[in-house]
Structure formats: C-alpha cells, structure tokens
Ligand binder design. Structure first.
Ligand code: FDA
Length: 593
C-alpha cells in the first residue's frame, strides 16, 4: 500500500445515484474518481419509469436527447396497468397511467417541457458513466469500499481492488456514499436508519418470452396477475409482471406468502409458475433471478462531516410509484452544484449542510408514500377474497363480481373504486414527483413579496401526492412556462433559461435595477448570476401570459432561482435604485451561498 491517490471527490457506487452525481459534477468541471464493487453497470433493469423532474436534470446538462433515444416513450404503449387472472386470461380492470390518462394529460403537459420515459436502468447507467468519464471522472470497476477515516480537510478511504487483490487508499476532499440499499458506507458512519424493519421479501425473475400475441390488444406495462384458484405453499397467488422490452422481455415478481421459507426455488419451479401466470405454452427463457426486500427505511440524516450519502443508501422502499432511481438522481442534482461551488470557492462549506436538511424530508416522505401505495393494493385483494386461505371461498368471492345481486353490485363498485385509488396513488403521483419543498432550508430566504403575502404553498391542493403545485414561493421548484422571443425563434422554457450552473434572476418591465445589481454582485462574489427580463420588448416575451399569472411578484419584482432550479428568494417589486437592489440581492446571495 503506497501513498494515497489524491482527488477532490470520491464517489462510492456507480448506480443511478453515483453515476448521475459524477455526471452533474463533471458538468461543472469538477474532476474525481468513481468506484463500484461490481464489474459493470446494472445487469438487470430494475428502475424504468424516469419522470419529468428527473429528465429536467438531464436536460440541464445536455443529456436529454441521448437518453430519450434509448427510452420507450410512454404514449407508445398507452401504458396500461391492469389486474387479470393470467396474462392470456380474463381481465378484471384496466387503468391508463401517467400522461396517457385522458383526464390528466393536460396536467402533465403543463408541468414540464420533458416527458416521462420508460428508461431501464441497464441503459441509463452506461450513458451516465460515459458522460462522467468523458468529462473528467475516472471510473474503477471491481473496487470495493472497505473503510475510511475523516480528517480536518480530507477523508482517507481504503478500497479493495478485486483484480489485484490489493487494498489501496484514496484521499479526497469529499466522499459520497452511493452504494445502494446495503450501504457499507452508511454502516461505517453509524447513521441510524429510521422506519420499520423489512418483513416481506420478493423474487424477481427476468425472462424472455414473446407475448406480443397477447399484448397487442392489451398493451399493459404492468399486470397484477391474481390466481385465486391456485393453492401454493410458497406464493400468495400474486405475481407482478413488468414489461422490460415490448413485448418479449419481462420481469415477473413473485411475492411469497408471509412466513414462507426465505429461499429461492429452483429455475424449473419458477418456470412452472411462470407458465401458469402466462396461461399458455409460450416458450420462456429465464435470464436472471434475484431476491430483494421490501424496505421501509430512511436515514436520520444524510451526511457526516465530509461524507454525503445519497440514493438507496439513505432511502429504502418498494418499487411502487417508480421513485427510487428518480429520487436518487435528484439527490445528486441537489448536491452537485453545492459541491462544485464550494470546491470552486464560490460558496462556503456550510452550504453543504443544506443537502441533508433539504433532501432527508424528501427521502422520508418518499419511503412512507411508496409503502402506503403498496398497501393500497390490499383492499383489492380483500375485495376479491384473495386473503382467504380456502380456494372455494376465494373463487366464490371472485364470482361475486359477475353476480346479478345487490352484493354483486356492491362488490363491483368497491373493486373499481379500489382500482382507481391504487392507480392514482401508485402511478399517477405527479404531485409527489414535483412538490419538493425546501422552504425550511437555512439557505432559502424568506419570501419578501408583499404583493403576495406568504401562505402555505399547498393551500388549495386537494392531494399533494397526486397534484402538482406550481408556485414561485421560495424553496419550491421553478415552474415551467413557455417564453418567447420578439423575433421568430423557438419558444423556450423558464427551466432552460435558468439552470446550467448559474443563479438566475427573473424580473420584468420596471426591474432594470435588478439587472444592474446582478451584474455587480456576479463580479463581486465571483458567482454567475444571470438576470433576465420578461415582458413586451424584454429579453423574453410572455405571449401566453403564463409567467405573469404564476410569477407571484409584480412586473418589476424579482424571482431568484438557484442552479438546481429551485427558487431561492422573491421580492414583490423594485422599490429603489441599483444601490438599494444590490444591498437587497447581496444579503440574499450571501445567505444562499
Ligand atoms: P444501486 O443499488 O442502483 O447502486 C449501488 C452501486 O453501489 C452499485 O454500483 C454497486 O456496485 C455499488 N456498491 C455497493 N456496495 C459497494 C461497496 N462496498 N463498494 C463499492 N461499490 C459498492 N426506481 C425508479 O425510479 N423507477 C422505477 O420504475 C423503479 N422500478 C424498480 C423495480 C424494481 C423491481 C426494483 C427492485 C427497484 C426499482 N426502482 C425503481 C428502484 C431503483 O432501482 C433504485 O432506487 C436505484 O437503483 C437506486 O440507485 P442507487 O444508485 O442508490 O443504488
């Protein structure tokens, strides 16, 4: 073991969290090392649904088009979720999901210039690693984190090289634990995990089977296959079938009966089960099998000294709502600009404390809600009688769905309502995807817009998990609005005007003093602050009138946006000259940094 290798940042883990952090940092010109104990990126496509908020982060660094090209657009499939008795058999209910839900398409269009995409982790991770390594990062596969020691200005990390079978050390200014649900970094830091111990486990079987003859008329990406007629010691008659590639690659998730012995069955036994779930004799080739736990745990805090953890290392939950990889990428996006600004002496190291304060509540909420979404399936199982241990009783309960009786009518109504509740919370959670609230963060400044007195951002939102609140209240995500130019030019989103590593101050007619203040402070603080004016004959025009409706300040007011497109502060109107504006903005910028 020689001298430690010196670097600014060391990222442990090359999954969605670690690889996206490396990419975001690289976009700032930060250089570093990323290590993974595996020999390659994800072998199995666990995460798929990549939401609009996550696509906005990739758009910011110019990766959106590349990633769209390797995704399946959601519209292409109509994206059904359904409940059925087998893949080829009777269907009990179908629901549209995400932006394909006719009643909700407009909400999705309004929320973002991006779209949800079906982007398997197996395709996402290599692109992120490629971007990071082309832009200043070095990657070491087969390299396992062992232990670390924190000093005043450095962290020394021992890594085990699985090729040479040697331990070597890296000395980094900052270290990031992105090493997934079994995080050794978190164990080393002894950060308490809160929530509930995992009691349920599941088996994922990845397979190839050409089911196009079944899916043409039933283009479901997710099928809950319920088999009340079957009696099995190890399974609870429920299998979740997820499309990986239309329509010949799949993952079948088997949920064992509570208390069933916690070991995998043989490949032959799974093949037999799969054939039952499909319901015909389509040839099946199993490519991979793995076991995973249904977790409900989140870290009490996400950082210790110079070590910051992100992704599944700090929030562990079931795949319901498809938020895991998305939240991991957004952790990274929150962290990257702060780390870059601190390393480049644009901000004080104290800024990094805001990472845990802003993201821990997001992670905790996500863990709680994804488990809640999973539990929303239980009423469906109860209504269909699946909870009974007796096959005849289960079949009788199922037969009520077609019974011409009062009880039958009631059963049908309950079942459809339970299906609605399940899809609306599990897959149509536009609100939880967008409504992150950092307003309690110490680097977010109080709303000083007297024209819009502070009221809770969520007032009037009937269900913040389902519905998106678009607001410029400090601590909230900058709303997407299409802006225009006075010359013929493609319209541009507010989120494209902002971002790209800089602070952006939005003002309008009468707000010239903010522009002068931003230019002066940019030079004084060595921080990029771009001021743009929106309105007739300004930098951008607001031909749809949407910005005027949503900005929450007067035309001469100011909305200051951080590099991660969250609002840092807003002020109602220009009330003095450029010295007044510079004082005002200066105080806010110093707090934000
Ligand atoms: P992840 O586990 O992906 O990566 C960990 C990395 O750390 C790996 O590179 C590993 O090699 C490395 N590592 C581990 N220990 C190490 C050590 N000691 N030393 C060095 N390296 C080490 N999410 C979503 O957003 N949409 C979705 O549709 C779905 N669907 C879905 C389905 C199923 C069945 C599952 C099980 C999960 C999902 N998810 C999801 C969740 C998603 O897969 C998960 O949240 C992300 O993979 C988490 O990314 P991380 O990078 O945090 O960990």
């Amino acid at each position: 073991q020689g001298q430690p290798v010196e670097t600014d940042v060391l990222i442990i883990g090359a999954g969605p969290a670690g690889a996206s952090l490396a990419s975001f940092l690289a976009s700032y010109g930060v250089k570093g090392i990323i290590v993974s104990r595996d020999s390659t990126s994800a072998e199995t496509p666990r995460a798929h649904i990549t939401n609009m908020a996550t696509f906005e982060t990739f758009r910011d660094i110019g990766l959106e088009d590349i990633l769209r090209n390797i995704s399946t657009p959601i519209d292409e499939t109509d994206h059904l979720l359904r409940w059925c008795l087998s893949m080829s058999g009777r269907e009990l209910a179908r629901r549209f999901t995400l932006q394909t839900t006719p009643q909700r398409t407009g909400e999705y269009k309004i929320a973002s210039p991006c779209e949800h995409m079906d982007l398997p982790q197996t395709r996402l991770e290599p692109e992120l690693v490629r971007y990071a390594t082309l832009n200043g990062f070095q990657v070491r596969w087969d390299t396992e984190f062992r232990t670390m020691e924190q000093g005043d200005s450095k962290v020394t990390v021992d890594l085990f090289d699985k090729v040479t079978q040697q331990v070597f050390s890296v000395s980094a200014k900052y270290v990031f634990g992105a090493d997934g649900a079994g995080s050794r970094v978190m164990r080393h830091l002894q950060v308490p995990m809160e929530g509930f111990p995992a009691t349920q486990w599941a088996v994922n079987v990845f397979l190839k089977a050409d089911l196009s003859h079944l899916m043409k008329s039933r283009p479901a990406v997710l099928s809950w296959v319920l088999q009340p007629h079957r009696d099995h010691a190890d399974f609870n008659m429920i299998c979740v079938v997820r499309m990986v590639k239309q329509w010949d690659e799949w993952v079948f998730s088997f949920l064992p009966t509570p208390g069933a012995r916690e070991e995998m069955l043989s490949k032959e036994q799974y093949l037999e089960e799969i054939q039952q779930v499909i319901g015909d004799d389509t040839p099946v080739e199993i490519t991979h099998m793995s076991r995973w736990r249904i977790n409900e745990a989140y870290a009490a805090h996400f950082s210790v000294g110079r070590v910051f953890c992100l992704g599944d290392a700090v929030h562990r939950h079931p795949p319901a709502m498809g938020l895991g990889s998305n939240t991991s990428v957004q952790d990274a996006y929150n962290l990257a600009w702060k780390v870059a600004y601190v390393l480049q002496n644009k901000a004080s190291p104290g800024l990094l404390d805001s990472y845990s304060l802003e993201r821990q509540p997001v992670g905790k909420h996500m863990v709680t809600r994804t488990n809640e979404a999973l539990r929303r399936h239980v009423p469906i199982f109860e209504i269909l009688g699946l909870v009974s241990p007796s096959v005849p009783e289960r079949l009788e309960a199922l037969s009520l769905l077609s019974a011409n009786t009062k009880t039958g009518e009631q059963r049908r109504t309950e079942f459809q309502a339970a299906a609605d509740a399940s899809v609306e919370t599990e897959l149509n959670g536009l609100g939880i995807e967008f409504n992150q609230d950092y307003s309690n963060s110490p680097v977010i400044c109080a709303d000083t817009s007297d024209s819009a007195p502070a009221k809770p951002a969520l007032e009037g939102n009937p269900d913040p998990v389902r519905f998106h609140t678009r607001t410029t209240i400090p601590g909230w995500r900058l709303p997407h609005v299409w802006l225009n130019k006075s010359v013929p030019e493609k319209e541009i989103s507010t989120i494209d005007v902002a971002g790209k590593g800089k602070f952006t101050l939005f003002t309008g007619i009468g707000g010239d003093v903010w522009k002068e203040a931003a230019a002066k402070l940019s030079a004084d603080l060595n921080v990029p602050i771009r001021a743009v004016s929106i309105g007739y004959d300004q930098d951008y025009e607001d031909l749809y009138g949407d910005w005027a409706r949503i900005r929450g300040v007067e035309s001469s007011g100011a909305v200051l946006v951080r590099p991660d497109n969250f609002v840092a502060w807003r002020h109602g109107k220009a009330e003095g000259d450029e010295i007044w504006a510079t004082d005002k903005l200066g105080l806010v910028m110093r707090k934000a940094l």
